[in-house]
Design a protein around this ligand. Structure first.
Ligand SMILES: [Zn+2]
Length: 445
């Protein structure tokens, strides 16, 4: 099917941050022409499905490089507590209480929210068990995702159901990587996800680095998140997590660290030199009281930084627009009013996010030859008018509810603010029924 997205303002988010008024042509899941050439191409013949984008911005879908779909069902169940207590008292018992059906529902709920809000690609960390159910839900949803089961073979206060042997954790991860890499016409990929250094042995982390290389996959973990956590890591292991992870081989372009709030200047230099990626999760960092990451300094040091909402229980939504706005605003407080302007934040949410995922050749910008992950954003509302500077409008004023249409791989997944792949109202209704049951199983209901 050939699609023409008509009459919008194309905010390409390419390296030159080009903005072009006109049409966008899509064929075979790929972008084939932009602007005048797209119009000409559609006039040259063939049957074109037309999507009206007048009064709208047409741009690449947002990339969120750190989320936990399995936690979406726990939204509102773990508010106002610090990180380690949040994990040990709430999140781990809740994850342990998940069965395949609740995992699938949680993933569907998250995917529905993400797609309706214009996020088309994610890097996702699951829980220890049942990750096939998450991938099956992802396949149904139409979202593009790199996802992996959480790996945990160590740590304090880990529920029995989440504690695995080193061997079992690796074997299951490799099985999932083989089963799901490239699934759903290439939309799905695998990431090895050792949860964080306090829940993983050195052996697991070392083997993880090797397995990721062997299977051409990412390694995704949390690092340098909170002061108390950092102290616990030092007490137990005698060094900081970032240094230890690098020593164990979790470094370089395959390695993606969520947070980095506690990073010092020397650590940033090291990460930049190694090309290790960092994901900024501003809402989560604020809600868990972790602090404000020095994103401007990271980018100045040369680190590629993406954005992510993290999990619903530490945010409490998965809204890429709010993360963009917060990232921009927090940078003013952390590093000065002139830092992290709208254009840079939009890059973090698109092309740089794609770089974090190792997929910037395929997604992250509107360029001929790239996969057609495209969103149409209505900027005609009173809260966005007069929309003179489109970057300012998108980062500081636009909202997830302004997203009108969403295409992933050239397939229309949201049309007129309605999700076509999943029955979103029914998913939300089922979530209201199932969430209290999971909480009861976790001993929290
Ligand atoms: Zn996280």
């Amino acid at each position: 099917v050939k699609t023409l997205v008509q009459g919008g303002l194309l905010v390409t988010c390419d390296e030159a941050t080009a903005v072009v008024p006109g049409d966008l042509a899509i064929e075979g899941g790929k972008i084939v022409a932009l602007g005048h050439e797209a119009t000409e191409l559609s006039r040259a013949g063939g049957v074109w499905r037309e999507i009206d984008a007048s009064g709208c911005v047409v741009m690449p879908g947002l990339v969120q490089a750190h989320v936990h779909l399995v936690q979406t069902l726990f939204r509102g169940m773990a508010d106002d507590v610090p990180l380690l207590a949040w994990l040990r008292k709430f999140i781990w018992p809740l994850e342990a209480a998940h069965d395949d059906a609740s995992l699938a529902l949680s993933a569907e709920l998250g995917a529905a929210e993400l797609l309706l809000g214009g996020t088309t690609s994610i890097l996702d960390m699951g829980t220890v068990h049942g990750h096939d159910a998450v991938f099956e839900a992802l396949a149904r949803s139409g979202l593009r995702a790199i996802s992996g089961k959480a790996m945990m073979d160590s740590g304090e206060a880990v529920p029995a159901r989440l504690r695995e042997t080193t061997r079992a954790s690796l074997d299951e991860s490799v099985r999932l990587a083989k089963a799901w890499s490239g699934a759903a016409s290439g939309r799905l990929g695998y990431a090895f996800c050792p949860r964080f250094i306090l829940s993983c042995t050195e052996e697991l982390l070392r083997e993880c680095a090797t397995a990721a290389k062997e299977h051409d996959a990412l390694v995704h973990t949390h690092a340098a998140e909170q002061v108390e956590e950092r102290r616990a890591v030092r007490d137990l292991l005698g060094d900081d997590d970032v240094a230890l992870l690098a020593r164990y081989g979790i470094t370089g372009e395959r390695a993606v660290f969520a947070h980095g709030v506690q990073l010092g200047a020397e650590e940033m230099k090291g990460l930049a030199a190694a090309k290790t990626r960092v994901v900024h999760c501003p809402s989560s960092n604020l809600k868990l009281g972790s602090g404000i990451a020095a994103v401007h300094a990271m980018r100045e040091a040369g680190i590629v930084v993406g954005l992510g909402a993290d999990g619903a229980p530490c945010n409490n939504d998965l809204d890429g627009w709010l993360e963009m706005r917060l990232a921009a605003l927090l940078a003013k407080v952390r590093s000065g009013t002139t830092t992290l302007p709208a254009r840079d934040v939009l890059a973090m949410a698109t092309l740089e996010g794609a770089k974090v995922l190792g997929k910037s050749q395929e997604i992250g910008s509107l360029e001929v030859g790239k996969r057609a992950d495209v969103i149409v954003v209505d900027v005609s509302g009173p809260h966005t008018a007069p929309a003179l500077d489109v970057f300012s409008t998108l980062v500081y004023a636009a909202r997830s509810t302004d997203v009108r249409h969403v295409l992933v791989d050239g397939e229309l997944v949201v049309r007129g603010r309605e999700l076509l792949t999943l029955d979103a109202p029914r998913v939300a209704a089922r979530a209201r029924e199932e969430a209290p049951k999971v909480a009861r199983r976790a001993g929290l209901g």
